[in-house]
Design a protein around this ligand. Structure first.
Ligand code: SF4
Length: 466
């Protein structure tokens, strides 16, 4: 997927414990997680006594430089990349967030979305809390400090986490510990690795490779891993545990070189391409994929079908972020700046176009048009996931039914709208097969949510259509 499909992962987190140049390592870690959020980023470090903070709006390379990273002292640090949806994009919402408290200061970074945030915020405000930001991530900090049942910090964190409903991977950095927490449904990934006698934690394992860390294991759903001078300690805050990993992490968000819960993302996508061919066999001249996230599925499809895999679309890697373009004509030109159709490969060919997903349909329509203008005789659009028919409430910015073409149109109608000669989707049960998994979150495909939804469902239905 190359165009702005209005489908974004909200965040990525990265932490380092007991390593020299901890902030440098977090910088490189965040760089590897940049695909999970491009709007803002931050690093908070700790030298055992003091916290050092640097945050800003923009890419990792725009916010950080040698000088400001050098000021982030200490052996421990956490970082965050953000795509702003929940709470908005202001500087006050940029993470990690830092909190001062007489029982101990701490910093916090969060990936995911809390679905009962309105209820918790009201409860906290009614009992005296004043929020600095509109991000729901701040809620955990207030809950931890409100927790008077136990002076033991891990129990205070555990009790606070048990009040949250939704998807989360939290990193909490104190003067002497790093707490790594994952929601009991297992919706968002979080893994841990070893580096130079210390530890590294990341939303995705691809970042371990870059800093030279050795993967140890994934943090389990409902688990808090506490890292301190004595090593790793495990604590489960919930007896209820599921492995409802977000299927979209495999399909689209995560980097192909990441492993999520024992399954490599490229391997998953390649397998989904093979299964797509088995489900919908076709005779064609070439198979092409939409760069970059659909290329693995296209390779799998080509392998299973024997149809040659070709580079029919080429991505301009140096385009960076696009500007908001005022007119249709300029928007079209913007699209062509990002992606080119290769006329000499496409001309006169019956083409199978593999894409990972369809959200609004505008992207697919533009690509089909581009391929036909380049001379393709037929364009058959093969989607390596099921139609997205329901919003996501767990940190992916598809929050209303209104914006989802497949929530309103039949597959035939979508085919007509995007101008394809045929359109097919992968069955939901094939996602489990591709990942060799018995559990996944597939709520945006089937509408069966693994958690209670609270106010989110009402917000998604505010147009009154559903
Ligand atoms: S609803 Fe879809 S995008 Fe959201 S967590 Fe579940 S699978 Fe992922």
């Amino acid at each position: 997927m190359i165009f702005d499909k209005n489908l974004h992962e909200e965040c990525g987190v990265f932490g380092v414990y007991a390593n020299h140049n901890a902030s440098d390592l977090v910088y490189y870690g965040l760089h590897s997680l940049q695909h999970r959020g491009q709007e803002a980023c931050g690093i908070v470090s700790n030298d055992g006594e003091n916290f050092y903070i640097q945050k800003g709006l923009g890419l990792v390379t725009e916010v950080f430089n040698e000088q400001n990273v050098a000021k982030l002292k200490g052996l421990n640090a956490i970082g965050h990349v953000r795509y702003s949806t929940a709470g908005g994009g202001g500087l006050e919402n940029v993470q990690p967030m830092y909190f001062r408290h007489h029982t101990g200061n701490f910093a916090l970074a969060h990936n995911g979305n809390i679905v009962n945030s309105n209820e918790l915020k009201k409860y906290l405000e009614d009992s005296g809390s004043i929020f600095q930001s509109t991000s729901d991530s701040e809620i955990l900090a207030h809950l931890i400090k409100k927790e008077k049942r136990d002076s033991n910090r891990v129990l205070a964190i555990a009790n606070a986490l048990n009040m949250l409903e939704g998807a989360f991977a939290f990193l909490i950095l104190t003067n002497d510990k790093l707490y790594c927490c994952r929601d009991k449904y297992g919706l968002r990934p979080l893994s841990i690795a070893k580096l130079n006698g210390g530890y590294v934690v990341s939303s995705e394992t691809c970042a371990f490779e870059v800093v030279g860390a050795t993967y140890i294991r994934d943090i389990e759903p409902g688990e808090i891993v506490i890292i301190d001078k004595d090593g790793l300690h495990s604590y489960f805050f919930s007896q209820y545990q599921r492995h409802k990993m977000c299927a979209m992490e495999y399909i689209y968000f995560a980097r192909p070189d990441s492993d999520i819960e024992g399954c490599n993302v490229h391997t998953f996508r390649k397998e989904s391409g093979k299964l797509l061919y088995k489900q919908h066999p076709i005779k064609a001249d070439i198979v092409i994929g939409v760069p970059d996230s659909s290329l693995s599925a296209a390779i799998g499809f080509a392998e299973a079908s024997g149809i040659p895999y070709e580079m029919g679309l080429v991505k301009n890697k140096y385009i960076g972020r696009t500007f908001i373009q005022p007119s249709q004509e300029l928007r079209e030109r913007g699209v062509k700046m990002k992606l080119s159709a290769v006329t000499s490969i496409l001309k006169g060919k019956k083409v199978v176009l593999i894409d990972d997903s369809i959200v609004r349909g505008t992207t697919s329509k533009r690509i089909v048009k581009m391929l036909k203008e380049a001379g393709a005789l037929e364009v058959h659009v093969y989607i390596a996931s099921p139609p997205i028919t329901s919003p996501c409430f767990y940190g992916v910015d598809i929050s209303t039914y209104d914006e989802l073409i497949s929530a309103h149109k039949t597959i035939d109608e979508v085919k007509e709208i995007i101008g394809a000669d045929s359109l097919v989707f992968l069955d939901e049960n094939k996602l489990y097969e591709a990942g060799k998994r018995s559990e996944l979150c597939t709520a945006c495909f089937c509408g069966k949510y693994p958690t209670a939804l609270y106010q989110s469902y009402k917000d998604a239905n505010k147009d009154g259509k559903f």
